[in-house]
Ligand binder design. Structure first.
Ligand code: NAD
Ligand code: DAU
Length: 341
């Protein structure tokens, strides 16, 4: 199968392509990515030479371009993904996350092909007690979450209206290699390694439900190959953590691995003004996916966190090039193009 993967130069998408091509040598991948600030072709350096992999620089909102591509199925990761940026300017979020998704749905409709839409637990808003199930109300609180909820509803509506072969997965917070260092875990690691203060929003007691990116991607793979059209599945690691606990755990691991002074690292923690509309708690029930398709998260959080710290220590050059902006040159060097094209 020739699979169109959107947003494959981002954090989850690049890990997904690497996983998919190793797990399914029978498939080929066309990766379409606009290379926004979050897209980094250096994430795919080790696989870009494979004959089963092709990169197309492009926007999922570009109708003509999508029409011109050949594919048998779509796995849709591309999005504006950072909540804080959506609070500053929601326009690109509505454009890419809603209009871009609609454009892909139309392309899938013309080809009568399967499309898996990668969504998020943030569409359910914040929960006081209990767990989000696939039947929980959709009550998003940030512009990012509202744009993802809108795209979910479009996917659902296209399935109902046109009987299309569409799937939705809603995952909790991911962590692991190649995550852009504006998100909590890589931000803490990269700040700690440079002795920079670590901003904790509000009281640090907000809860997120963390899962390793490889566990998420295995679930997407299984859903893509085995779920039936119209299915919606939650994906989560049954791993609720308060932000402040994660930050302390990360600093403890860094102290151990680098021999840095523990107290000095803990002294970098700085409580700052809260994120507006900050969701208090996410907690996801993945039992439907476990029961129907036999998926289980496999990477224990302690091990995943320690491996992630090790990856950021060993790959310091990767995130330093992101922070300095040098990573943007890679497209030009490797593909001979300029980013504004
Ligand atoms: P990311 O920001 O790291 O990557 C997004 C990628 O999409 C980038 O490569 C970017 O260049 C590309 N992109 C953005 N706009 C585009 C456009 N108009 N056309 C083509 N490409 C475009 O995001 P991520 O963390 O890898 O998230 C991937 C998907 O998973 C998103 O849909 C997100 O909503 C969802 N998700 C993320 C998490 C998480 O914890 N990170 C959890 C659940 C779901
Ligand atoms: O739940 C899934 C979602 O997880 C995805 O849909 C999003 O794409 C992804 O970005 C993530 O959203 P969050 O807002 O939960 O992730 P972020 O890493 O931005 O923040 C995690 C928590 O840490 C959140 O409660 C805010 C807090 N935080 C974040 C940053 C960047 C801080 O306290 N300080 C910070 O500097």
């Amino acid at each position: 199968m020739k699979i169109l993967v959107t947003g494959g130069a981002g954090f989850i998408g690049s890990n997904f392509i690497r996983y998919l091509l190793a797990a399914h040598p029978e498939h080929t991948v066309v990766n379409i990515d606009k290379l926004t600030y979050a897209g980094n072709l250096e994430n795919l350096r080790d696989i870009e030479h494979l004959p089963s992999y092709t990169f197309v620089k492009g926007d999922i909102c570009d109708k003509k371009l999508i029409e011109s591509l050949e594919f048998d199925a779509i796995i849709h990761f591309a999005a504006e993904s950072h909540v804080d940026r959506s609070i500053l300017d929601s326009f690109p979020f509505l454009q890419t996350n809603i209009i871009g998704t609609q454009n892909l749905l139309e392309a899938a409709r013309k080809r009568d092909c399967r499309m898996l839409h990668v969504s998020t637990d943030e569409v359910y808003g914040s929960i006081g007690h209990g767990l989000f199930t696939e039947r929980s109300p959709i009550v998003p609180n940030s512009p990012y979450a509202a744009s993802k909820a809108s795209s979910d509803l479009l996917v659902r509506a296209y399935h109902e209206t046109y009987g299309m072969d569409l799937l939705i997965t809603r995952c909790s917070n991911n962590y692991g290699p190649y995550q852009f260092p504006e998100k909590l875990i890589p931000l803490v690691i990269s700040h700690a390694l440079r002795g920079k203060t670590i901003p904790v929003y509000g009281d640090g007691q907000n809860v997120r439900d963390w899962i390793h990116v490889l566990d998420h991607n295995r679930a997407v793979d299984i859903a893509f190959h085995r779920a039936k059209g119209g299915d919606i599945y939650n994906i989560g690691g049954r791993n609720e953590q308060k932000n402040i606990d994660i930050i302390r755990a990360l600093l403890g691991i860094i102290a151990e691995r680098t021999g840095r002074d523990r107290e000095g690292l803990f002294g970098l923690i700085t409580f700052v003004k809260d994120r507006p509309g900050h969701d208090r708690r996410y907690a996801i029930d993945p039992s439907a996916l476990e029961a129907a398709l036999g998926w289980r998260p496999e990477i224990p959080f302690d091990q995943g966190l320690a491996d992630t710290v090790a990856w950021y220590i060993e790959n310091r050059r990767w995130w330093e090039r992101v922070i300095s902006g040098e990573y943007l040159e890679y497209y030009q060097l490797q593909y001979g193009g300029r980013l504004e094209e």
